[in-house]
Design a binder for this molecule. Structure first.
Ligand code: PHE
Length: 340
């Protein structure tokens, strides 16, 4: 066996023993590098005595071509094997079910607020946003409650460290802001927003809760307008058959002041657990805007009159959905929230 044949056989055997691309490349340097065996065999052509030189040269070149072709094929196969291995290892089972995306929803308090807002916008009211951090003057004094007025006891207040600055206890201070902005134009607005009271947290009372204030001011606004508005609201909110009654009450910023009840949505007035056998549910406080408040807002009480009301949408949602604990609203319990 000639040296060349031995070289070819050894090279082919080693090539087939290469396990991966890196081994193949090492093999290639070993045979085809500058000092590689194939290169050396080619160089040796010149040293072969003339009679054998031609056949040696032909054979050396054939081996060079054959090994090159074998190397390229082996390299191609090694690359394909490596690709198949990674494809297999990183395989994704496209038939597995996906992870479901849970849909969010509006908080029940937001839903109720939006229903109330849409009813009042239908009745021609605009929505007015008013600040939650108030001063004592707007939350109390301008609403006809001078310092030390006993009526302030109705609102236990969170005071800040800045003297005279507090978290509003009701949305009524918004009345002052609206009047001062719109005076002397007629007004029909609702003021929805968060209020804060320094109170014990019980199933019936929270330290933060929404209120929706209503305010209408014009030249001939009467108690009949107030009553008509409330009845229209109650029927849109709770059903066309609803009846409304008003009781005399007291608020420093309205005169006369009333408390509004609606016949019970469960028993329609017969008496049941929800209405505590009364047949009626309380839905809001209201009244005719006090002349002092009108004047503080810039309106002349001899020319203008107005009505105002204030309700708690959480209380309303509690009636609507038979929720028995107001603390649920801000407890962040998904089991509660997902029901709405
Ligand atoms: N601001 C009153 C409260 O928080 C409610 C109210 C508003 C009453 C407007 C009359 C008129 O209790």
């Amino acid at each position: 066996m000639s040296d060349l044949t031995a070289l070819e056989q050894r090279a082919i055997a080693e090539l087939h023993a290469c396990g991966d691309e890196a081994a193949l490349r090492q093999w290639h340097t070993r045979y085809f590098g500058k000092q590689g065996e194939v290169a050396l065999a080619l160089k040796r052509i010149a040293e072969v005595p003339p009679p054998d030189r031609r056949s040696y040269g032909q054979e050396a070149n054939r081996i060079k071509e054959a090994l090159t072709a074998a190397y390229e094929e082996a390299l191609r196969q090694a690359k394909e094997r490596a690709l198949n291995e990674t494809l297999h290892a990183d395989a994704v089972d496209v038939t597995l079910p996906g992870r479901p995306v849970r849909r969010g929803r509006l908080h029940v308090a937001t839903q109720t607020l939006r229903t109330i807002a849409s009813i009042f916008t239908e009745l021609g009211f605009q929505i007015y946003r008013s600040r939650e951090v108030e001063d004592d003057a707007t939350n109390f004094e301008l609403l006809n409650m001078p310092p030390h007025h006993p009526a302030r006891d109705m609102w236990d207040t969170f005071y800040t460290e800045v003297p005279g600055v507090l978290l509003r206890t009701h949305t009524s201070p918004g009345q002052i802001h609206v009047m001062r902005e719109f005076c002397p134009k007629p007004i029909r607005v609702i003021l929805p927003g968060m209020c804060y009271r320094y109170e014990a947290i019980t199933p019936r009372s929270e330290i933060m809760f929404h209120q929706v204030e209503g305010l209408a001011i014009g030249r001939h606004v009467t108690m009949a307008d107030l009553k008509g508005t409330i009845v229209a609201f109650a029927r849109r909110m709770f059903g066309e058959q609803r009846r409304v009654r008003i009781r005399s009450s007291y608020f420093p910023f309205t005169e006369p002041s009333i408390e509004v009840d609606m016949d019970c949505i469960v028993c329609s007035g017969k008496g049941c657990g929800l209405c505590k056998r009364m047949g009626w549910l309380e839905i809001m406080g209201a009244g005719m805007v006090h002349p002092v408040v009108l004047r503080n807002g810039g309106y002349d009480p001899d020319e203008y009159s107005g009505f105002a009301f204030g309700m708690g949408p959480q209380r309303i949602a509690m009636l609507q959905y038979a929720i028995d604990d107001i603390r649920q609203f801000w407890a962040n319990d998904l089991r509660f929230l997902q029901q709405f």
